[in-house]
Unconditional design. Structure first.
Length: 124
């Protein structure tokens, strides 16, 4: 017998909704409240819809937005941004410079410390 049919029979016997089971599985997969809060990133439509941005620029902005999470600044390392955006490190440096020229971000250099990236009003 197929595994899906067995699961469906268990659901029918308990008279439970398959949606309830899915909700329970999803809830159990997120072990803590902290993981549930950080399991998504809000991306403003202005970033997605802006024709001035390339796909890679949008990905870098999304990564910065993820680290900023309801703030307007963050300080992820360039290798971290590159890994999360699936872009080469050399390209991230170029993209950060372009985003700063387009006034989407502002870099605050701190010698000996991580660079702070301030997310501006999305180039507006």
């Amino acid at each position: 017998m197929d595994l899906e049919k067995v699961e469906y029979k268990k659901i029918v016997k308990r008279k439970a909704s398959p949606f309830g089971l899915a909700k329970k599985l999803i809830t159990n997969s997120l072990s803590s409240k902290k993981e549930r809060k950080s399991s998504w990133t809000e991306v403003p439509n202005k970033i997605i819809d802006d024709p001035r941005l390339s796909c890679q620029e949008k990905m870098v902005l999304i990564v910065l937005q993820r680290y900023a999470f309801k703030k307007n600044n963050c300080f992820p390392s360039v290798p971290t941004i590159a890994e999360m955006a699936n872009i080469r490190v050399q390209n991230v440096y170029k993209i950060l410079k372009v985003l700063e020229n387009k006034r989407f971000i502002k870099k605050h250099l701190r010698p000996g410390f991580a660079t702070i990236y301030e997310i501006l009003n999305f180039g507006i």
